[in-house]
Design a protein around this ligand. Structure first.
Ligand SMILES: NC(=O)c1ccc[n+]([C@@H]2O[C@H](COP(=O)([O-])OP(=O)(O)OC[C@H]3O[C@@H](n4cnc5c(N)ncnc54)[C@H](O)[C@@H]3O)[C@@H](O)[C@H]2O)c1
Length: 249
């Protein structure tokens, strides 16, 4: 039996990495998926691979007008929105905290934090009218266990966990569940910023900090999102799931 039959999911940052894996996984489980990304071409490539159940929409999540348009287009296409995944993220390159420029800081705040505010305000009326909804935010293990050189990125992900709990509390009475996922480093494009100057040795050293001995895979994160989005997690809200091979222990 498919686990998301009849559901419609919007996934931001779906042109690559975790978001793309979620889109493929969710579609296999019967969902209609809206792949939102600032990079329209990559979102479209994945939507084409998925087929009829997918729609790609160009959206810069740090913009209110783009986000409102995303919600409207998704609703017009599929007639409901059950799952909103705030996954698009941005990090400064690994560097000392006093070397991060103000522009870079502002971009992190806009993409990792303010975008969740915009999308929540835009999707809420639809979920309220339906009487149900699920929101999933992608945080990071760096929220609770930061690594050196990623201070402002880590702090933004701490905000995501706090926002998740606060949103879950306030939206419970509307039957809207809100959870987040904390992945450990994965071999997506973001890794080149989190761990620049990669060598066999630095990658090996990184793996050694993870008890299960490997980086996360996009499908690990997609599987966690799938469970949280499904009715199997009907009584789960306000939680954050570490998908990290034990790194946070
Ligand atoms: N890769 C890791 O090691 C890692 C670890 C923990 C958490 N995360 C988080 O996971 C999430 C997904 O990252 P990923 O590793 O899959 O990265 P990725 O770089 O593979 O994909 C990110 C996608 O987001 C899109 N994007 C960036 N800014 C955007 C914007 N303003 N509006 C819309 N789309 C935008 C990019 O075009 C890209 O397609 C992010 O929130 C990231 O912070 C990543």
């Amino acid at each position: 039996m498919q686990r998301l039959t009849g559901k419609v999911a919007i996934i931001t940052g779906a042109g690559s990495g975790f978001g793309a894996a979620m889109a493929h996984r969710f579609a296999k489980e019967g969902a209609k998926v809206v792949l939102a990304d600032v990079n329209a071409k990559r979102a479209q490539q994945h939507a084409t691979e998925i087929g009829e159940a997918a729609l790609a929409i160009q959206c810069d999540v740090s913009r209110d007008d783009d986000t409102k348009q995303l919600i409207t287009s998704a609703y017009d296409a599929f007639g409901r929105i059950d799952i909103m995944i705030n996954n698009a993220g941005f990090t400064h390159r690994n560097m000392p905290l006093d070397s991060v420029s103000e522009d870079n800081f502002d971009l992190i705040a806009a993409v990792n934090m303010k975008a969740i505010y915009y999308s929540t305000l835009a999707v809420l009326p639809v979920m309220e009218q339906q009487g149900s909804g699920v929101i999933i935010n992608t945080a990071s293990t760096s929220a609770n266990r930061p690594r050196k050189g990623l201070a402002w990125y880590s702090a933004s992900k701490g905000w995501v966990i706090s926002a998740t709990k606060a949103m879950a509390l306030e939206l419970a009475e509307k039957n809207i569940r809100v959870n987040c996922i904390c992945p450990v480093e994965s071999d997506t494009e973001t890794l080149s910023l989190l761990l620049p100057d990669q060598t066999i040795e630095t990658r090996q050293a990184l793996k050694q900090t993870i008890p299960l001995g490997r980086l996360s895979k996009a499908v690990d994160v997609a599987n966690a999102a799938l469970w949280l989005a499904s009715d199997e997690a009907a009584f789960v809200t306000g939680t954050s799931i570490d998908v990290d091979g034990g790194y946070s222990i």
